[in-house]
Design a protein around this ligand. Structure first.
Ligand SMILES: [Zn+2]
Length: 299
């Protein structure tokens, strides 16, 4: 398969989920063998989307090089990978990719509408030749990677007896990324939002880009108090345990979002991975560990 890039440029603007900073992002076509490269136009520095540049993986994936950093890169990297974009330049005038609606859909829908431009060089595949497994003691999560001639993934999220419980998704690389994965939004837990709201760090509109997971036994009075703190109209808890600020696109949207994140984080191997990935309780930290293990195994 030959490399592909964007057929035109796209502009996105919005706030970052973690910094709250308003950022303008311009996504541009790039020459073959560029890969995905972030450019901080305010600093005049570039940060290639490569595992070596991963500096932090708490709550999002943050890349850093020569004093320039870009955080929350995973949803955009996922969209580019899911749609088969080999080369792109991502210009930002700030340090965080806008969260938009919390999914990869705004990026993916814009790119897919125009199609891609084919280039001459062959696609760069990363093909581990041996099975390997990484574990994260703190979360109990693990990721197993087995050689295969294409990418596929079985992913499980497990919140024990709590909401959203156990959800499993299966993915094949020729699946319909735009419809099945891209729309799935990030999620947070009610107590996390409560903590932020009580410190004045979050307002009503700020939860429109996340699914808020609530234990169904939470008293309505606590929900009312959160809505009041955020200046939000009345919120309710669905029987499945989600706050009524957003409607779920899929019953297993949380697991699908974790798949979205994994596809983005795995792009940091510097190409398209050819392997079967089994992931239990994945997150940015263990995803990053797995990518490093793959690269070590083939170097
Ligand atoms: Zn995410």
């Amino acid at each position: 398969m030959r490399q592909r890039t964007l057929s035109k440029s796209y502009t996105f603007e919005g706030k970052g989920l973690h910094t709250g900073a308003f950022t303008r992002l311009v996504l541009k076509p790039a020459p073959e063998n560029t890969g995905i490269v972030f450019e901080r136009t305010d600093l005049g520095k570039t940060v290639p989307a490569l595992s070596d540049n991963v500096a932090l993986t708490t709550r999002c994936t943050l890349l850093s090089k020569d004093g320039a950093s870009v955080s929350t890169v995973e949803h955009l990297l996922s969209a580019l990978t899911g749609l088969g974009v080999d080369n792109a330049l991502v210009q930002l005038d700030g340090g965080e990719v806008p969260i938009l609606d919390g999914s990869a859909l705004p990026f993916a829908a814009a790119i897919a509408a125009d199609g891609l431009a084919e280039q001459d060089a062959p696609r760069r595949h990363i093909s581990p030749s041996l099975p390997l497994e990484v574990k994260q003691e703190s979360s109990g999560g693990w990721i197993r990677i087995e050689p295969a001639d294409r990418f596929s993934c079985d992913l499980t999220v497990d919140f024990g007896s709590g909401v959203p419980g156990v959800q499993t998704v299966h993915w094949e690389e020729d699946g319909d990324y735009l419809r099945e994965v891209a729309p799935c939004r990030t999620f947070v837990f009610f107590h996390e939002v409560q903590g932020l709201a009580s410190r004045g760090l979050i307002k009503g509109g700020d939860v429109d880009n996340a699914i808020v997971i609530v234990d169904p036994s939470t008293p309505q009075a606590e929900v009312d108090s959160l809505a009041a703190m955020m200046g939000q109209p009345r919120l309710e808890v669905s029987p499945e345990g989600y706050l009524s600020n957003v409607r779920l696109h899929f019953p297993d949207e949380c697991a699908r979002h974790k798949l979205l994140d994994l596809i983005g984080d795995f792009r940091l191997c510097g190409g398209f991975i050819r392997a079967h990935v089994t992931a239990y309780k994945p997150g940015h930290t263990i995803n990053s560990t797995a990518v490093k293990a793959v690269l070590n195994s083939i170097s």
